[in-house]
Ligand binder design. Sequence first.
Ligand code: IMP
Length: 425
Amino acid sequence: MKADVLLGLQWGDEGKGKIVDVIAPKYDIIARFQGGPNAGHTLEFNGLKHVLHLIPSGIFHEHIINIIGNGVVIDPMVFKREILALEKLGVNPRKNLFISKRAHLILPTHRLLDAASEAAKGKEKIGSTLRGIGPAYMDKTGRNGLRIGDIFSPDFKKKYDFLTEKHKQLLALYNFQYDLKEHEPSWFDGIETIKQFKCIESEKYLNDAFAEKKTILAEGAQGSLLDIDFGSYPFVTSSNTVCAGACTGLGIAPNSIGKVIGIFKAYCTRVGSGPFPTELNDATGEALRKAGNEFGSTTGRPRRCGWLDLPALRYAVTISGVTELIMMKADVLSDLDTIKVCTHYNYNGEKIDFLPYDLTAFPLTPLYKDFKGWKTNLQKMSADTIPAALENYIRFIEQEIKVPVSIISVGPDRTQTFDRSGVLV
Ligand code: IMP
């Protein structure tokens, strides 16, 4: 068997949580492979809305094993909070949630360092979610990090103190004020909660699962344009959000990857700083924000909104070898007379159809193609009644990107999801 990978193709918030939840019943195992509590995967069903940050989106399905892979960074405080919230809903995650011993921990001081680093950057700040993601990955690659496996060691507290001491010296350099006592007790409580879960060699578990013909879905977080290597650096997150991240973040081989499912919104959003070629700083952008309820599910920040950007989408599809597309939130565009799609950029006087290395080095203007809006309430749409103007919009994207759009989603609920190619069957 092979693992399918589900990825966001824009700047995150594409709706991965909803889609994982919809396609989850097809899989035996759902595994998160990167990121951490900076993610906010929103699921809506039976009139209930739930946001997951660390826990894979298959947790509401009892028969599915959910794995937090080695590539994820875990804040025990957030973990405990998520577990309690799930238990309140009657979900018992102790049965079907496993954690990789190799996953790294986010310490309270990582969060403080994130805040200190952003404050020091001033206007140049990344716009981080301030969940300690960057500093935790820095300690991972700097070979100083603490891992889930360490929490069972008798020396754990000593290791924690050693690393925290180092962080305190850095915080002093930033001249950053803080009270660690505010955070430490709940962090250590979270560690005790983690100890109640199965902490495993998840790479072995997953490779054994292939041999047992189990089906696996690797669940990405953030989006391809926030990838540490291929995103709009430095305005990116600190992990590989592209398909290759699933191999390193789970310990599965490249030739074990099956379908690569890429999710994009029918328009674009971005939260935090950094270039956004098709951003709309006008009434249309405001209308998209309102209609799409575009506010961060982790931080509540208003998301920047703009038109669909095909050169950026093509880039993301190419880097990850996306085999099928899922288009989200077409309903948000339903009131518009005209919908624009960026097909090329005018970059320093030259017409190009790819994402250049530096979007800000030279003047860049998006070049648009106009589409007639569908002006139809899609709430009552079925797979057989897709409005012709919407079908035309989708076909154009398929032609340009050369990958089929297999699913379209026109609302937050599980039921507002339409299968164009029989993949949900
Ligand atoms: P960090 O990963 O929290 O350090 O944030 C780095 C950048 O990625 C910031 O611009 C964040 O707004 C953005 N970001 C991080 N996680 C997400 C996400 O799940 N959705 C959308 N943007 C995100």
